[in-house]
Design a protein around this ligand. Structure first.
Ligand SMILES: [Fe+2]
Length: 492
């Protein structure tokens, strides 16, 4: 499509700017708008405004919500305390051109970050060349990234690990049942330490250690201050649950709910959105039939209209997902301002990447859309799409959010690995699977914040069962969760 459109302009000896082209490609009928622009624009250069003028103006539906009478939210009197760790996300820092050199740098950086964590643990570890050079020896330790892993005919596990100095063949003998069980969950490209004995160039493992996280204590605020977590709103989809989302917005504004719930609403100081704000276009075959708005800009305009109803004392932190209008490869940069210009200009709205890392009143939160769940579930025993929150401990054990290269979504080989977890958060929030779930691992709270999209025919085919309209609200002073249900009653 992109090439065809460029060609159209070239044939008429006109040059379209990259900004205008990008805008055009996000429209519902790019070819029609391109033709109209060509017919009605003089001059050799086609700029963004020339294209925008030709697009039919979208008028989003007015969003009516209810506001609670005499609602005095406690959170209005709480000073915001928000820190965004910009150095921990790719936004504005992307340096990858996808070259072989970039891949080498990326994996080296991953290895160095994760091996540093493993080196701090227990016995001294040697590099693989030194292990091999020392010849046959007992009780040796080495650190490497898994290149390959396979089960042998005799039910041993055979792995090849690699570091900057070379490779090492590792055997997990079948009689070490505990280690065989552990090895079931080892996936390619994760970084591990092995302990064992080297015999004729084959390393017989008796222990395997992951970088993992130490048990986590928390620095929490003294007073109750709450963060509401949502994800996967999918504005623009026919299945976006308008009424339920309006109920949620009304609740944030002090309407609805019993006394206790209203008190909780009044204590919400932050709202985090972990991606898939809109449904996007061309994400999967036949998606068009499931869209109410087929233009990605209109989808964002609709989202903006709704999100502007969040009371202004609440700070909104927005991170993208694979349906949003940024690259799909992980890590994803923050949404550009042009998609929701009015909202993004508000002082209480913050854009972060996916992953993005923030601190609210000293409580550190790692926000990641969670697209790599699709490459973790098929490769790790006991993980299912019914309990997507169980993937979060697997990220933490490996200190990485997307260990398996070659899975979904693709990884952009940034020279710095933004997917490595080298700082341990207090909370990890993911979305993507449209199913709420909560899991604590070594003191770190994992949240899958579900969705506001009803089950789509595509999900029925995939066998996913979403839990739309379920809102987790976390008290930062205790990390306790209140779940508010907006999923009762009518379907939408
Ligand atoms: Fe989604």
């Amino acid at each position: 499509m992109k090439q065809e459109i460029i060609q159209k302009f070239e044939e008429k000896r006109k040059i379209i700017t990259s900004e205008a082209l990008e805008y055009l490609l996000g429209c519902a009928e790019p070819e029609k708008i391109a033709e109209k622009t060509l017919e009605e624009t003089d001059g050799s250069f086609i700029e963004l405004d020339d294209v925008k003028r030709k697009k039919k103006k979208f008028k989003p539906e007015k969003v009516e919500i209810k506001k609670g009478k005499s609602f005095k939210p406690k959170a209005k009197d709480i000073e915001p305390d928000i820190k965004i760790f910009r150095e921990k996300e790719v936004t504005g820092n992307s340096l990858s051109e996808g070259t072989e050199k970039d891949f080498h740098k990326h994996f080296l950086d991953r290895f160095q970050r994760l091996s540093k964590i493993l080196r701090k643990r227990g016995k001294a570890k040697r590099d693989l060349a030194s292990v091999k050079k020392a010849g046959s020896s007992k009780d040796t330790q080495a650190i490497g990234m898994i290149n390959t892993k396979r089960r042998t005919k005799n039910n041993h596990y055979f792995m090849e690990i690699e570091d900057e100095t070379g490779t090492l063949n590792v055997l997990v003998p079948k009689n070490n049942k505990k280690l065989i069980r552990f090895s079931h969950s080892i996936i390619e490209d994760e970084v591990i330490a092995v302990e064992g004995t080297l015999k004729n160039d084959l390393f017989i493992a008796n222990k395997i250690i992951r970088p993992d996280i130490p048990p986590k204590g928390h620095k929490t605020p003294d007073e109750t201050v709450r963060v509401a977590m949502i994800s996967d709103t999918h504005f623009g989809s026919k299945y976006f649950m308008k009424n339920k989302f309006k109920k949620f917005l009304s609740w944030l504004n002090g309407e609805k709910g019993n006394g206790d719930q209203r008190k909780v609403a009044g204590e919400v100081k932050y709202l985090i959105i972990a991606g898939d704000i809109v449904d996007g276009i061309g994400i999967y075959p036949g998606q068009n039939k499931e869209l109410e708005e087929t233009d990605v800009f209109d989808q964002y305009e609709m989202a903006e209209e709704y999100l502007k109803k969040v009371p202004e004392h609440i700070h909104i932190i927005i991170s993208p997902g694979n349906h949003d209008a940024v690259r799909t490869a992980d890590p994803q940069p923050a949404l550009p301002e042009k998609f929701m210009p009015e909202l993004f200009q508000q002082d209480n709205v913050h854009r972060i990447g996916s992953p993005g890392y923030i601190s609210l009143h000293g409580v550190e939160i790692l926000v990641y859309h969670g697209a790599s769940i699709h490459s973790m579930v098929p490769h790790i025993p006991n993980l299912t799409y019914r309990e997507p929150e169980k993937v979060i401990p697997e990220f933490l054990k490996r200190r990485h959010m997307h260990p398996l290269y070659g899975g979904k979504p693709p990884i952009s080989p940034e020279p710095k690995d933004y997917l490595a977890i080298d700082r341990v958060p207090d909370i990890v929030q993911v979305g993507d699977v449209h199913r709420n779930g909560y899991e604590t691992y070594r003191g770190v709270l994992g949240v899958n914040s579900g969705t506001w999209q009803a089950e789509t025919p595509f999900q029925v085919k995939q066998g996913h069962e979403p839990t739309p309209g379920e809102l987790p609200v976390i008290d930062l002073s205790s990390l306790k969760i209140n779940v508010i249900h907006f999923n009762k009653g009518e379907k939408k």
